[in-house]
Design a protein around this ligand. Structure first.
Ligand code: NAD
Ligand code: ZN
Length: 276
């Protein structure tokens, strides 16, 4: 790589990029908390911030889960009836492909420099890019989840005429895996996130406004234990002041640069990464 394409974006200095890369290489267990911002460059609008759906249209009703629980049959009937309806978010999600940031994160994992991704996104783009160690705290739009035994199934395989659809293993009611407004985070996902927050000594905060709980708590818990936080976001967040390094810019631009820098530093230090 030439010096020209190594130059940093206007939103941060080369020293800041270097600090972020050194933090990743020096850490034993690197995690990432990812939010809707990483998928903006894939054409999926976020909720908050400039261009966010809630900024444009206001906040939606927050009782989706209560409605589902009150009458799963009616919820499924309505959902199937408006399957062809193209909301801005659905259209974005259907057409979205992983962008340079998703690919860079998959690369970081392959290099042994990123141990786990906690994503708040439901778009499946990390998997499409090749990442493996992922916890989806708000579920996955391409899966169904059993309300009784928590088993997940690919949506395409199980949508039959029967509504609500039933779990092949236990007969329980299936809902979309996506966590609805008002719905508790599935216990298995929550436990995985908590375990990661206790293990990590470096957490990347990529495209998250850091105001959605409980996700916004994991970096705070990790930071309290001494983990170093690195933020990748064009805008300031409530966590910016806690961060060891802040890379102000779009993830699709910043992440590949960070990963290239990590690759060089790791190669220069020789040997495999001392990660756990
Ligand atoms: P958010 O919508 O609250 O905030 C988005 C954040 O991304 C902001 O901080 C913004 O500054 C930043 N951002 C904007 N463009 C960016 C870019 N190019 N690169 C990096 N950062 C950028 O997102 P959130 O904190 O994840 O919370 C919203 C919730 O909405 C999530 O929990 C998620 O479940 C859901 N959601 C998911 C998707 C998706 O799956 N792609 C899309 C919209 C909303
Ligand atoms: Zn079941």
């Amino acid at each position: 790589m030439t010096a020209a394409n190594e130059s940093a974006s206007p939103g941060y200095s080369l020293e800041e990029l270097e600090r972020a890369a050194r933090t990743v290489v020096a850490a034993k267990h690197v995690t990432a908390l990812v939010g809707a911002g990483i998928s903006v460059e894939s054409g999926v609008p976020p909720f908050r911030g400039p261009g966010g759906l809630w900024t444009k249209y206001g906040e939606p009703a927050m009782d989706g889960y209560q409605k589902f629980m009150a009458d799963p049959r009616a919820w499924w009937a309505e959902r199937l009836a408006r399957q062809s309806e193209e909301s801005e978010l659905m259209k974005g999600l259907e057409q979205a492909r992983p962008n340079a940031a998703h690919h860079a994160m998959a690369e970081l994992e392959k290099m042994g420099q990123l141990q786990h991704i906690i994503t708040q996104n439901i778009d499946n783009l990390h998997q499409e890019a090749g990442s493996v160690a992922i916890t989806e705290i708000h579920g996955n739009r391409l899966k169904l989840r059993c309300m009784s035994c928590n088993a997940r199934y690919p949506l395409a395989e199980l949508l039959t005429d029967e509504i609500p659809p039933r779990c092949p293993q236990c007969g329980g009611i299936l809902k979309s895996d996506t966590v609805m407004f008002g719905e508790p985070i599935p216990q298995d996902a929550l436990e995985s996130c908590r375990a990661q927050a206790l293990l990590t000594d470096c957490m990347l905060l990529v495209g998250t406004s850091a105001v959605v709980y409980p996700a916004a708590d994991f970096p705070v818990v990790a930071h309290r234990r001494g983990a170093l936080l690195v933020e990748i976001n064009p805008m300031e967040t409530p966590l910016s002041d806690l961060c060891h390094a802040v890379l102000r810019g779009p993830a699709g631009d910043v992440m590949p640069k960070l990963v290239e820098r990590v690759r060089k530093l790791a190669a220069a230090s020789g040997g495999p990464p001392g990660k756990e």
